[in-house]
Design a binder for this molecule. Structure first.
Ligand code: FE
Length: 130
C-alpha cells in the first residue's frame, strides 16, 4: 500500500475523502455520518479497508467527531507528532496505507484507557455485525 500515487488516490477516493485522508483534512464537527452511529460493528479505513476500531470502544465525547478509547490493535494505526495549526497534537494515521484518520488526545474515559481517538467519519467505513 505504500506506493499509491496521488493521482491513483484521486481516482480511488471521492474529492472529500481525498481532502481528509490524503491532505490531513477535518470533518466539520457534528456533521460526519458516524458521529451518532450506535450500531455494533467494525470501523475500517475508508481508503484501504484496514480494521481500525470496534464499536464497543466508541463513546460519547461531545466533541462532534466519532470517538474511541482504543484501537482494535495497536499495530493497525500509527501515532506521530503533529505541529500543524500552531498546536501540539498527536496525529493518527492508518498503519497500512498512511492515510490521515484524526488525532489522539488523553482526555478519554478514565475508567477505560484514558485515551480519545478523535476520528473523522470521512476516514471510516462501517461494517455492522450480523
Ligand atoms: Fe488505510
Amino acid at each position: 500500500m505504500q506506493n499509491i500515487s496521488n493521482e491513483d488516490w484521486k481516482k480511488k477516493l471521492s474529492p472529500e475523502q481525498y481532502r481528509i485522508l490524503r491532505e490531513n483534512g477535518t470533518d466539520a464537527p457534528f456533521t460526519g455520518q458516524y458521529v451518532n452511529n450506535h450500531e455494533a460493528g467494525m470501523y475500517t479505513c475508508a481508503a484501504c479497508g484496514n480494521e481500525l476500531f470496534d464499536s464497543e470502544t466508541k463513546f460519547e465525547s461531545g466533541s462532534g467527531w466519532p470517538s474511541f478509547y482504543d484501537v482494535i490493535s495497536k499495530g493497525n494505526v500509527k501515532v506521530s507528532e503533529d505541529g500543524s495549526h500552531g498546536m501540539k497534537r498527536l496525529e493518527v494515521t492508518c498503519a497500512n496505507c498512511g492515510s490521515h484518520l484524526g488525532h489522539l488526545f488523553d482526555d478519554g474515559p478514565r475508567d477505560k484507557t484514558g485515551q480519545r481517538y478523535c476520528i473523522n467519519s470521512t476516514s471510516l467505513n462501517f461494517k455492522a455485525k450480523k
